[in-house]
Write a protein that binds this ligand. Structure first.
Ligand code: MG
Length: 254
């Protein structure tokens, strides 16, 4: 299980310009042939994540657990629908104004989640965003802070922790490798840790991609800390090589 932005690719000023290296896609495809589950869990809408990563054989859990798309499916399954799914978009429609643009706030429409990005803007913009967050909370939305991004979410959603549950539910998966870089990944990592403590998972490897902007708790919790996405992709490549090669010590059939 891997996050995408900041984990499989570097964070860039404009989210639409983020690129996942081809070698990551290739290794994820190899792993998908050998493992019970390979999934990207991301804040992006799941079809967008699939386009970015490019691997066809894996599952994409998008919008921080609000929708997922499985291999071979053409449209995502939405976990939340109705008025709650529209609340963030309605808030943006009712409150967006030219001052946001001059403050260098960029809105990303992720359906039930609306993201306000301010990478490249200054301290004053952060204060503006704080004001928007207060207002959104008063309007019944949940606010979630990431790396230079504020997300307005429907209330009561479990985020990536919910996605992790949904992915593992009903499976016999006992071994999980998870990687992420941000606060929302920390919530998923905590959930996985709990599953390991209660014995549902037998083996868990938590990987954190360290950054100045990421939560220190994630680095603290992780079994392995890497400095950048390329190092995590190196590990994915290693795992793919091991999965596709003969198991160590296995008898070669006659
Ligand atoms: Mg990330």
């Amino acid at each position: 299980m891997s996050d995408v932005d900041g984990t499989l690719c570097r964070i860039v000023d404009r989210p639409d310009q983020a690129r996942v290296p081809a070698r990551a896609r290739e290794s994820l495809e190899v792993l998908a042939d050998h493992l019970a589950l390979v999934a990207c869990i991301t804040g992006r809408p799941s079809p967008v994540a699939r386009k970015m990563v490019g691997a066809e054989k894996i599952t994409y859990f998008g919008n921080h657990g609000l929708s997922f798309i499985k291999p071979g499916e053409s449209r995502p399954t939405v976990v939340i629908e109705g008025e709650e799914a529209e609340r963030a978009r309605n808030f943006i429609r009712d409150n967006d104004n030219p001052f946001w643009v001059t403050s260098k706030i960029r809105i990303e429409d992720k359906g039930p989640i609306q993201a306000l990005h301010w990478r490249g803007a200054g301290q004053r913009t952060e204060e503006v965003v704080r004001g928007i967050a207060d207002h959104a909370q008063a309007a019944g939305l949940a606010t979630h802070w990431g790396r230079k991004v504020l997300e307005l979410r429907p209330p009561g959603m479990e985020g990536k922790a919910g996605a992790v549950d949904e992915l593992l539910d009903g499976t016999e998966i006992e071994t999980v490798v998870f990687a992420g870089d941000d606060r929302t990944d920390y919530e998923a990592a905590l959930r996985l840790k709990k599953l390991a403590e209660t014995g549902k998972l037998k083996n868990l490897l938590l990987v954190a991609i360290d950054s100045d902007e990421g939560p220190p708790e994630l680095v603290e919790l992780a079994d392995l800390v890497v400095a950048e996405p390329e190092e995590w992709i190196d590990l994915i490549e290693d795992l793919a090589g091991q999965a596709s090669g003969p198991p160590a010590g296995a008898a070669v059939p006659e």
